[in-house]
Design a protein around this ligand. Structure first.
Ligand code: TYD
Length: 137
């Protein structure tokens, strides 16, 4: 199991349904400045293909199934998010792809900072170059 997988606390009541929650310093190791969600993605479509210079994120699949592949330049790892009670921390300096396995999948992302295109690394060779230069060390 990935060390970056976090269990989102869930109150499960057969009569009333479920309530899941995550808090800073317990499940989330950073302050949240932005929340966004990705949905309406065709089944099988792969998004992402980038890394961040300094952004940290928590990913939660609220509906359906999304497969996250992370790559730190040396190791690749695949994590299946298939429950709203599972979260994955994806830190800066990690190349990621998100494969939407099912129609109507919803991926929610809590991010440590506001949107900035300057924080993105969208070229894999550049990511490997920065990694080898010790950008994240
Ligand atoms: P991007 O993060 O590249 O999405 P994905 O990795 O899922 O394919 O974002 C897609 C577009 O949306 C890109 O043009 C940037 C824009 N965007 C914002 O304007 N604000 C945001 O908070 C995010 C996450 C993206």
């Amino acid at each position: 199991m990935s060390k970056n997988l976090v269990k989102i606390r869930t109150i499960n009541n057969e009569e009333n349904g479920c309530l899941s929650f995550a808090e800073i310093n317990t499940e989330i190791p950073f302050e949240i400045k932005r929340l966004y969600y990705i949905y309406g993605v065709p089944e099988g479509k792969i998004r992402g293909h980038h890394a961040h210079k300094s952004l940290n994120q928590l990913l939660v699949c609220l509906n359906g199934e999304v497969e996250i592949e992370t790559d730190d330049g040396v190791c690749k790892e695949s994590v299946l998010l298939d429950s709203p009670s599972k979260g994955l921390i994806v830190s800066s300096g990690i190349w990621r792809t998100m494969k939407f396995n099912k129609k109507d999948s919803i991926l929610m992302v809590a991010a440590s900072d506001f949107y900035s295109e300057d924080d993105y690394i969208r070229d894999y060779d550049n990511f490997i170059k920065l990694m080898s230069e010790g950008y994240w060390r």
